[in-house]
Design a protein around this ligand. Sequence first.
Ligand SMILES: [Zn+2]
Length: 445
Amino acid sequence: MFAAEVDRLAELAAAASGADGAVELEIAIRTAMLSLGAELLQGLLAADAGHRGQVVDCGAGHDAQFVSYRDKKIDTVLGSITLPRAYYHCPACGCGVVPRDTELGIAGASLTPGLRAMMAHAGAALPFARATALVNQCAGLHLNARRLARSAEADGTRLAEINVAEAQAINRGRLTPLPPPAGDLPDKLYIEIDGTGVPMRPDQVTDRAGKGADGRARTREIKLACLFTQTRCDDDGRPVRDGDSSSYVATFDPAADFAPLVAAEARRRGADHIRQLIVIGDGAKWIWNLAGERFGEATQIVDLYHAREHLHDLADHLAFITPDPARWRADRLKELDDGDITAIIDAARAYPLIGVKATELDTKIGYFEANAHRMNYAHFRDLGMSIGSGAVEGACKSVIGARLKQSGMRWAVPGAHAIAELRCQDASGSWDAAYNKINNQTRAG
Ligand SMILES: [Zn+2]
């Protein structure tokens, strides 16, 4: 069969001419190789049809009786194959049992784990229709977009569940992450936290107030943490993020469920061993609650650029009464850079306002009062610390926005959560590890 195929391809090669012919030829050879590979795979896998005696355990402790061999069509990275598998039936549960499917990781599925991972990787990177077209073209397959989307979302959901369980095990001390290799322990571990809105279908936001014309929200917030380490500063004394040291955690769940995920990731990243923990965020209260509860020993820093925005807002508010508004603003920005928050508060309190203006002023000053200890910027700089949340803000765009916030997209929470989970794993450089977890869990049944 192989020899005949080679002869046929050689004939094709002889007849091929020009660039068109060359393309046709290489695709023809790939098609032939894939079909040869599929045949080989089918032969190897079919050699054991999973007959494990007349009776097997159904999984719930009953005897399932062998009934017959049944064929199943399975899609693989080499194309479709058909496998005969021993089929058992449990009268007590009324369910079928196929030991071979469990062994191959295809119980209740018609895609091999290898193909699933490929589809999920493409679906995490690109909108499903384009991802499907790309996989089909590059891998010589014939998948449809609906199936790719379903499979990718199912894997992302399963991965999120696995990671929640793993986080629980780490936080309860039942699972201890390996300590980082001694000797080259980084000096600082950063946990930058932010949230960003993901556009939702109307039925996903019915219970939420928002900024839409009808008073409804258009988006749901996904919470994102970016963890990275820092070992050194550059020649100008600016902190340098360690290369390839960023990992990401994201969820649409409330802060109370986000916190254990972040805590577990921090421990996984060596929080118990690294000297200095630093949490950076904008002024959002939930971030500082999380930091206080989970990372009591960490230095908390309000992102300098958010603080500056608030200062501009304060300066605008007082511009009508300060003698030289531009000067006033510049002086306060300088104080902010120095971390002299008391001076800012005193300067803003120097003008007696009344009514609404006074109430608004209290709110604006309140931001600085509440966060003063998180704005000690000169001190933080002296310690070689980063004082901006650029890493997580960049991740809001690259990890979340680039895939989930494309024009015209409307998500349901579970699908968006699943794809965000896959993208976090990919961006963290732990794609293969994630798929090992999924496949191990599938095989464990
Ligand atoms: Zn049973």
